[in-house]
Design a protein around this ligand. Structure first.
Ligand code: SF4
Ligand code: SF4
Length: 83
């Protein structure tokens, strides 16, 4: 790819980043207010909407922890991956 090239929208679907993770986000639905902040901020679009809830698509979640840091009610915990 050339420097400064514009990447076609949706190309991230081709690159599964889930195997980069050492920790995974786990949502506590008893605390979640469905504010969608995590859905907005996830850099890999790995938070998806399912019905009235948000879910993590672990195929694309790289474990950066942004969602857990930014959740206003601390409904997301980062849990160590089992190896
Ligand atoms: S940021 Fe937190 S409260 Fe908001 S939808 Fe995500 S998990 Fe739920
Ligand atoms: S840990 Fe990072 S990549 Fe995974 S869902 Fe949260 S914000 Fe997205």
């Amino acid at each position: 790819m050339e420097i400064g090239a514009v990447v076609k929208g949706g190309s991230g679907l081709l690159y599964k980043t889930g195997n980069w993770r050492s920790e995974k986000p786990v949502i506590d639905y008893a605390k979640c207010t469905n504010c969608l902040i995590c859905w907005t901020l996830c850099p890999d679009s790995a938070i998806v909407r399912k019905g009235n809830n948000v879910e993590v698509n672990y195929d694309y979640c790289k474990g950066c922890g942004i969602c857990a840091n930014e959740c206003p009610v601390k409904a997301i915990s980062m849990v160590k991956e089992e190896v």
